[in-house]
Design a binder for this molecule. Structure first.
Ligand SMILES: Nc1ncnc2c1ncn2[C@@H]1O[C@H](COP(=O)(O)OP(=O)(O)OP(=O)(O)O)[C@@H](O)[C@H]1O
Ligand SMILES: [Mg+2]
Length: 284
């Protein structure tokens, strides 16, 4: 297995996130620290409401209005994104760090053809002329497994199935050659067959394009397929972290154990076949 390089791509130190209300501030994410390494895939797992999405949104400066970054440092390529976050994040968001969400439809503008929406992203961030930008998008569509890239380019979001729309989102997220891709529950909204296709695609592209990935999920089967490293979050804190296979075989924290137990309770057919997937030994 590839070892983590000594120099992280992204280092989060003591991140604290609060919900602001007129009466008080409520801490939601507390003293979260972790590192993401180039070309490696890390999963952030935990129960619903544990703070996974807010942590990811903080990395991109996309926290909702009533939520604030109270403390901490986010180091990316030797810059602390928490210092002058507006300027720092504008330059990395979409270009060096990109994100895909559970449901692709709200992330797409319903009144523009999908190709034109990616065209704008590519034109904004890369110095390409119109022909080069369009060629890049069609090539990306092909790489994400779209059978007819030209037709998808001309489609409006409502004309796309969930699986095709998610492939378009992946193409958009990869369009500027990011160093880090964040995938927040990327397949939860899809049917089981499409889920597997999208997960395999994400893993393949992450490895081919040598990018770091942070996958957010509460599903350990997804995590097994996609990530070498695991961060377990509960009540706004990281409660356990380490190598995915080791942690799933021998969870130390109660929360990790509960997640593993819930996975073992789901009957599955066949055995692990995907690269990176491990068989979890049932507890004796
Ligand atoms: N805009 C908001 N205003 C108030 N509270 C919020 C807001 N966004 C999130 N929260 C609260 O913050 C907590 C963490 O939310 P977050 O979305 O990060 O959880 P999560 O771990 O991603 O959960 P899930 O697995 O369900 O997606 C939750 O209790 C949630 O209700
Ligand atoms: Mg979430």
């Amino acid at each position: 297995m590839k070892q983590a390089s000594s120099r992280p791509l992204l280092q989060v130190n003591d991140l604290c996130i609060e919900i602001l209300s007129p009466a008080a501030c409520f801490p939601i994410v507390r003293n979260v620290s972790f590192a993401l390494h180039p070309e490696r895939s890390t999963a952030l797992v935990g129960p619903s409401g544990s703070g996974k999405t807010l942590t990811a949104l903080a990395l991109l400066g996309l926290l909702p209005k009533d939520v604030s970054l109270a403390a901490g440092e986010i180091w990316f390529a030797e810059r602390n994104l928490c210092v002058d976050p507006g300027k720092a994040l504008r330059s990395v968001r979409g270009r060096e760090i990109s994100i895909i969400f559970q449901d692709p439809q709200p992330a797409l503008n319903p009144v523009f053809r999908v190709g034109d929406q990616i065209f704008d992203v590519v034109k904004t961030h890369l110095s390409l002329n119109s022909t080069q930008a369009k060629e890049r998008i069609l090539a990306l569509f092909e790489r994400t497994g779209l059978a007819d890239p030209a037709q998808v380019y001309m489609s409006y979001p409502h004309q796309l199935s969930g699986g095709i729309a998610q492939r378009v989102m992946i193409a958009m997220a990869l369009s500027c050659g990011p160093k880090l891709l964040i995938a927040d529950e990327p397949t939860t909204a899809l049917d089981v067959v499409t889920q597997m296709q999208i997960l395999s695609l994400l893993r393949k592209l992450q490895q081919e394009q040598k990018i770091a990935m942070l996958v957010i999920s509460h599903d350990l089967q997804v995590v097994q397929m996609l990530a070498e490293s695991l961060l377990v979050m509960e009540n706004g804190q990281i409660v356990e972290s380490g190598n995915t296979a080791d942690l799933l075989r021998n969870p130390q924290n109660q929360c990790t154990r509960r997640l593993v137990d819930s996975m073992l309770a789901i009957p599955t057919e066949g055995s692990a076949t995907e690269p990176g997937q491990v068989a979890i030994a049932a507890p004796a």
